[in-house]
Design a protein around this ligand. Sequence first.
Ligand SMILES: Nc1ncnc2c1ncn2[C@@H]1O[C@H](COP(=O)(O)OP(=O)(O)OP(=O)(O)O)[C@@H](O)[C@H]1O
Length: 250
Amino acid sequence: MTVPALETRVLCKQFGALKVTNEVSLRLKAGGRHALIGPNGAGKSTLINLLTGVLAPTSGSILLEGAPINRLTTDQRVALGLGRTFQINALFPHLSPLESIMLAVARRNGRLGRPLQALHRETDVTDEAFALACSVGLGRDCLRPTTELAYGRQRLLEIALALAGRPRVLLLDEPAAGVPASESFELMQAIEALPHDVAILFIEHDMDLVFRFAHTITVLVAGSVLCEGPPGQIARDPEVRRVYLGVAGD
Ligand SMILES: Nc1ncnc2c1ncn2[C@@H]1O[C@H](COP(=O)(O)OP(=O)(O)OP(=O)(O)O)[C@@H](O)[C@H]1O
C-alpha cells in the first residue's frame, strides 16, 4: 500500500474541557484532491492549524509522507513540503504576479535578500516564476500590477506563491471565500489541475464546488469524522444529509 501524503492518527485537541478535534484519523492520498467539510464550528480550521503546527495536539500523531511531524515547527514542516494558503489576502498589491512569485522562489533558494532588479537578471528565478504563473493559469496576467487582477485570480497567485516552496502537500483554507461565483469555478478548476505530485487538502463551504472538484471528502461534525469517501457516497449518506447538507438547504 502506498504511503499517504499526509495522515493523522487519532488526533485530539482540547481547549479546556472542549474537545475540538476528537480522535480524527484522516488519510490524504498522494496527488489527492481532498475536501474537508462540516458545519460552522466543526473544527476544520483547528485541524488545519494542527497540521501546520500553529497549534499543538493534545494527543495523536501527524505524518507527512510517513514521517511524524508533530514535534516540528511550522517552518520545519514547510521545509519538508507542507505548504498552505490563508483565508486572508496578503499579496504585494503593486508588484506584478511574476515579481511576487520571483520573491517566493528566491526565498526558497536562499536568495531573498537580493533586490528585485537583480532577481530580474537571474534567469533561473524568472523562468521558474513564469512557469509557476503559467501552472495556475496566470501566464497572460503575470506582468500586470496585482491590484488589477480579479479577486479569483489573486487567489490563484497565492497558490502560485505557496507552490514556489515546492510543497508535496498543499493546505487550502477556503480558497473560494469571497470569490464571486462567476470566478470560483475557474479557480477550482485551476486547483484541480495543479500538478498531481502535489496532494491538496482544502476546506470549502460551497458544496457545488466541493462535489464538483473533490476526489474524496471528509465530513467533520463537532470535532469528529462523521464519514469519508468519494463525493457520490457522501452525497447519498443519510447522516450527512441530516446533519449538514440538509442544514445547508440541500
Ligand atoms: N483558541 C481557542 N480556544 C477555545 N476554543 C476554540 C479556540 N479555537 C477554536 N475554538 C473552538 O473550537 C471549535 C471549532 O472551531 P473551528 O474554527 O476549528 O471550526 P470551523 O469548522 O473551522 O468553523 P468555521 O466553518 O466557522 O470556520 C469552535 O467551537 C470554536 O469556538
